[in-house]
Write a protein that binds this ligand. Structure first.
Ligand code: NAG
Length: 328
């Protein structure tokens, strides 16, 4: 056979394979199609100026909710707000500033929300950070652990009164299927792992904490009408590779564009678990692609979940008064 013909066949095979894989990945995405209306409801999404959080907020705004964009950066959040109002015609969208890497900021933020908002029907713990250097926050906690677990933990507890008042209400925490490779070192929660793969591992550990937290939270909220579930958004094209510098990072960016889902698609499981009437009353569960999935073993270990909760209370210095929300 002639060389050009072989080359052509090879190229066609490659293109066909890419299209097939892409089709397979896209087919797997389940889109939330519930018609739930959110007029009269208030929703709060952390990290909602961009990505999955933004698309979640946009969807809730379309459904008529009062939307609270809980973000760290005022300017970026205002931009997101303008875009959402413009796209949906719903002007009941507000920006509130909170920095999960500061316990002070969280306490100030939740105090204001608790005092000024009449209700809270849906809380989406969406904000989190990916790989980062092993640094510590102003509170002396590991930045990844605080941003992804200790911060959302405290924020949720301090909003429980309002969620209970608005019951039936829902708490949705964005975890990841990477939780399955995570490990909980209960006596050493605040220390980053510290090896070459540490950054990814630290992240997985925090995502596993989200699941243990969800299990224990659901248990504590039993009979209150407030549900707590966790979701995995899928492999999503995030913007962490804006300007890839090396060849391999460029390749990674191209393959992410090809195979990973858009942030709009990535928001679907968060939206489904937040609004779908099909799962009313379901709590303590983990959802992937809008389907209930088993939690990793450690997140089913009641003893470990309780211990993580108690340790987390210590790390965020939860006061006796703040613990009251689970009493009544
Ligand atoms: C929230 O506000 C209510 C009063 O509306 C108050 O009883 C409760 O203690 C507050 N909760 C927190 C965590 O500040």
């Amino acid at each position: 056979m002639e060389a050009w013909l072989i080359t052509l066949i090879v190229i066609l095979c490659v293109i066909f394979t890419i299209l097939f894989v892409k089709y397979y990945f896209v087919m797997k995405i389940k889109w939330d199609n519930s018609a739930t209306c959110l007029v009269g409801k208030t929703v709060l999404i952390t990290g909602s100026n961009i990505g999955i959080g933004y698309n979640t907020a946009l969807d809730f705004a379309k459904r008529g909710a009062r939307v609270i964009l809980a973000c760290r950066n005022q300017e970026k959040a205002e931009d997101a707000r303008a875009k959402i109002v413009d796209a949906t015609g719903n002007s009941n969208v507000v920006v509130k500033i909170v920095d999960l890497s500061s316990l002070n900021s969280i306490r100030k933020f939740t105090k204001e929300i608790n005092e000024t908002e009449e209700r809270l029907d849906i809380l989406v713990n969406n904000a989190g950070i990916g790989c980062n250097d092993h640094s510590y926050t102003v509170d002396g906690l590991s930045l990844t652990m605080q941003s992804n677990h200790f911060g959302p933990f405290l924020l949720t507890i301090l909003l429980i009164d309002l969620l209970k008042k608005s019951s039936p209400s829902r708490i949705v925490t964005v975890s990841s299927d990477l939780a399955f490779i995570g490990k909980i070192n209960i006596n050493d929660l605040n220390r980053p792992v510290g090896t070459i793969f540490a950054k990814a591992l630290d992240y997985s550990n925090t995502k596993l904490c989200n699941l243990l937290f969800t299990t224990e939270l659901a248990k504590k909220l039993d009979t209150t009408g407030v549900t707590a579930n966790a979701v995995h958004p899928g492999a999503v094209q995030t913007d962490f590779l804006k300007q890839p510098k090396t060849f391999w990072l460029k390749m990674l960016k191209i393959s992410m564009k090809l195979f990973y889902r858009t942030t709009e698609a990535g928001a679907q499981t968060s939206i489904y678990v937040s609004v779908s009437k099909d799962i009313e009353g379901i709590t303590g569960s983990f959802y992937i692609d809008c389907k209930k999935t088993s939690m990793p073993r450690s997140a089913q270990n009641a003893d470990l979940c309780r211990k993580l909760w108690e340790k987390s209370e210590e790390f965020v210095k939860l006061t006796a008064e703040e613990k009251q929300c689970f009493k009544h």
